[in-house]
Each structure stands twice: as structure tokens, then as C-alpha cells.
Design a protein around this ligand. Sequence first.
Ligand code: COA
Length: 329
Amino acid sequence: MPKKPHVMILGTGHAVPDRVLTNAALEQMVDTSDQWIMERTGICERRIVAPGTPLSELASLAATRALAAAGVSAKEIDLIILGTVTGDMKFPATACIIQDLIGAKQAVAFDLSAACSGFLYGLQIAEGLMLTSGYRKALVIGGEILSSMVNWQDRDTCVLFGDGTGAIVLGAAEGERGIIHTCLGSDGAHVKLLYNPGCGSLNPPTPDNVAAQLHTIHMAGREVFRHAVTAMSNAMQQVLDEADIAPDELQLLIPHQANLRIIEGVAKRLHIPAERVYINVDRFGNTSSASIPIALDEASRAGLIHPGDLVGMVTFGAGLTWASAVIRF
Ligand code: COA
């Protein structure tokens, strides 16, 4: 029997930049083609902020929209967790800046670094803190301005990523509705498959390190692909097994939107038909920690999630990290 939930999602919101970067525009920037990008990734376009736009600006908008959808005021929020690797500054936490921008005066606020798994890591941590520490309403946000750390001369990576933010408001569960189970995992043996080696204490942003592009994303694409399919399939199977739920009981699967072929590989391994898998990677590219909450908000506003539905979520990212969740709406 699935466990009785304690915490549920009260509302969702997302915000993406207005500016669209198409594959055709990328053809003018690096040696690539719309056909190559479409065939290898399924991405048609991504959203990119105007230079200098901080994450806090976009994330505050997503948070405000989630609060409105939940019918909760910012003053009621006790906890803000932001999953990101592209905060406004190295410190303080961007969650604190968002707290001030939205007026969540009572909230404890911090950032969480788990790359593309940041949102689902935040979900489990928020649920745990709400159970143990008395927080009643929480905002969990996933947000990235990945355009700020992309090497726009590197065709291996620059075609993949986009900017965006998504947010949810959590509160006490009602009946059977809420977070049924979550699983997290990490494997630090593969740090160098996907990383940003500059900007930290290892390689501070000296002129030489910046000239060597150490402050941008470095990735071994083919190996990341292989790990992503295996880790996401296993993580989703684990959360379903531990919750005693069969894959065909899921009305919707919301996977991390990194690459259409990764998503198809995961769905195939789990025997989940394509019509039950939410996809928006074609319009936004990989927005890292924002991809699941953006997709969740879109699916919810499109009427694809009904009361009582079981929704699965699964992700994978640098670290390596992975995470999965099953939620009854
Ligand atoms: N346009 C045109 N050609 C490109 C290109 C681009 N944007 N990027 C790479 N290529 C070339 C390569 O240089 C290589 O050329 P070569 O055969 O002459 O050496 C060729 O395309 C094939 O490269 P390969 O890396 O084997 O392609 P792939 O099928 O593995 O696809 C990715 C590349 C990056 C799309 C794919 O590996 C991937 O999606 N990996 C996972 C990335 C990801 O999701 N990261 C985030 C995880 S959260």
C-alpha cells in the first residue's frame, strides 16, 4: 500500500524569458545545423535572458505565480529552497534575494546545489523539514540562467541548454493527495563527465582560467547520455517499487527534459507509453533544475493532471545526481 502523504503541492508556476533562440540562429553562431540538433536532441528552440538578467528576477516571477495558483500569500511561507547552479552571485544564496523580492518575511531561505536534480532534491528536503521542523508552507524553486555559463563557441554544449524557472508551493496533505514517495541518489566517481571547473576554489576565475573557458560547461556527451538513461530508469523503478505502485498506474510521467532520445529511452525501459510522458524539451531545451517544475506547471495548466492522478517525476544531472518522486494530485 502506498504511504499516506503528509505534504502536497498547493500550486505551481513558471517563468521563462521572452527571447527565443532558434536552431537557425545557432547555425549562424557555430558549425551546426537544425537537422543535427533536432535528430540528436529533439530541441527546436530555447529561451535565453537578455544579458545581465539575474536568476532572482525570473525565479521571483515563477514563485509569485505559484503562490497565486495556491492562494497562499508570501507572508505565509516558512521555507524557501532554490535548486540552482547559476545563482545571481556565488554568495549570498539567491533564495535570500528571492525571499526579499517576494516579501516572504518569515521564511528560512537557502540554495541547493544538485544540478539538474536540484528541484527534486529540494522537494524531498522540504518535505522532510516540514515533517520534522514545523514549517507549514514551503516554496521549492528550480531555476537556471544557463546561458551565463555556456561556451557559445562550443557546439557540443551550446545547442543543448536554455534559461527558465519553475516553482511549487507545498502545504499539509489532504486525504490521499500529496507526495507519496521520493528517492535520491549520487555518484561522485563521475564528476568530470559534466562540470563547470572554474569559478570555485579549485580554479578561481583568474584571467588565464577564464581564457581557458574553465568557467563554462564541460561535458562528455555520449557518456552522460548512457548514464542518464540507466540512472533515470532505475530511479523511477525504485520509487515505484518502494511505493508499491506499477508503472501503468502513473497517469503522467514528467521526466527531466535534457534530450528527447533520453526521455524515449527511459519511457521504453519503464514500458510507459509516449502519450503518458510530458515533453517540452523541443521548446525550452535543457533548463536543468527548472525543467521538471516548468513541465509540471505547463501540464497542470493544460488540464493534463486531474484530481487523484498519480504523477511520476524523474531526473538526472551533474554530480552525478539523480532523483525520482511519485505524487498523487
Ligand atoms: N552540431 C553538429 N555536429 C555536432 C554538434 C553540433 N551541435 N555537436 C557535436 N557534433 C558532432 C561531433 O563533433 C561528432 O563529430 P565526429 O563524429 O566527427 O567526431 C558527431 O557530431 C557525433 O558526436 P557525438 O557526441 O557522438 O553525438 P551524440 O549522438 O552522442 O549526440 C549529444 C551528442 C550531446 C546530443 C548527446 O550525447 C547527448 O545528448 N548527451 C547527453 C547530454 C545531456 O543531456 N547533458 C545534460 C544531462 S542533465
